[in-house]
Structures are given as structure tokens and as C-alpha cells.
Design a protein around this ligand. Structure first.
Ligand code: FES
Length: 109
């Protein structure tokens, strides 16, 4: 079995509020799509601290902050920038074409 990565349409750009989030599943992976500072990012949906959905997180600068214990992650890299989380989120390439947001998530083939 091989893993192929291709861009898959995830949502409409208009689904994602400015400085906000939108939850979506692509190729069986739960993602949070984030708009921050005019850019669009895709990361794993769940906080690496205790599996809480970051769709309910707060967005500022290039940061998503988990609502439960305040872990912060850089939306560009997925790296934790504030405790208690220590493990990074996976990030995925994003392509925006008009109102369509495409994300590259590995798929089983
Ligand atoms: S579950 Fe996210 S910071 Fe604890």
C-alpha cells in the first residue's frame, strides 16, 4: 500500500471567518482550517495536549490558542509556542483557488 498526497477540495474560503476557524475532514483526517493575517492554513484539528478540538480555539497573529488550558501553536509550523502542549500539530499545504480551499493530505491508495 502506498501513500499519495494530492490537493483535495476542503471547503469554501467563505466558510472560514477572517481570524477564525472551520472544521473539516479530508481523506479521513480531521483538520482545522484557519484564516489568520489574510492567509489560510490547515492543521490537525485536535490539540496535542488533551485531544480538544481547535475549531473552538482563538486566533490571533499567527497563533491558535486552545480554549481549554491555553496551549498556543504557530499556525504556520504547528509548533507549540505556549504551554502546556509540547508536541507539534501536523500542518498541511493549502492552495486557494477563487473561493475554493484545497489541502494536501496523504491518502491511502
Ligand atoms: S487540551 Fe488544549 S491546552 Fe489542554
Amino acid at each position: 500500500m502506498t501513500r499519495a498526497t494530492e490537493f483535495v477540495r476542503a471547503c469554501s474560503l467563505s466558510d472560514v471567518p477572517e481570524q477564525g476557524t472551520f472544521g473539516v475532514e479530508v481523506n479521513g483526517t480531521s483538520l482545522v482550517i484557519i484564516r489568520s493575517a489574510g492567509e489560510v492554513f490547515a492543521l490537525d484539528e485536535f490539540c496535542t495536549h488533551e485531544d480538544v478540538s481547535l475549531v473552538d480555539g482563538e486566533i490571533y497573529d499567527h497563533t491558535v490558542e486552545c480554549w481549554l488550558h491555553g496551549s498556543c501553536f504557530d499556525v504556520r509550523t504547528g509548533k507549540p509556542t505556549g504551554p502546556p502542549a509540547t508536541r507539534p500539530l501536523s500542518t498541511y499545504q493549502v492552495r486557494v483557488d477563487g473561493d475554493d480551499v484545497y489541502v494536501a493530505v496523504p491518502a491511502m491508495t
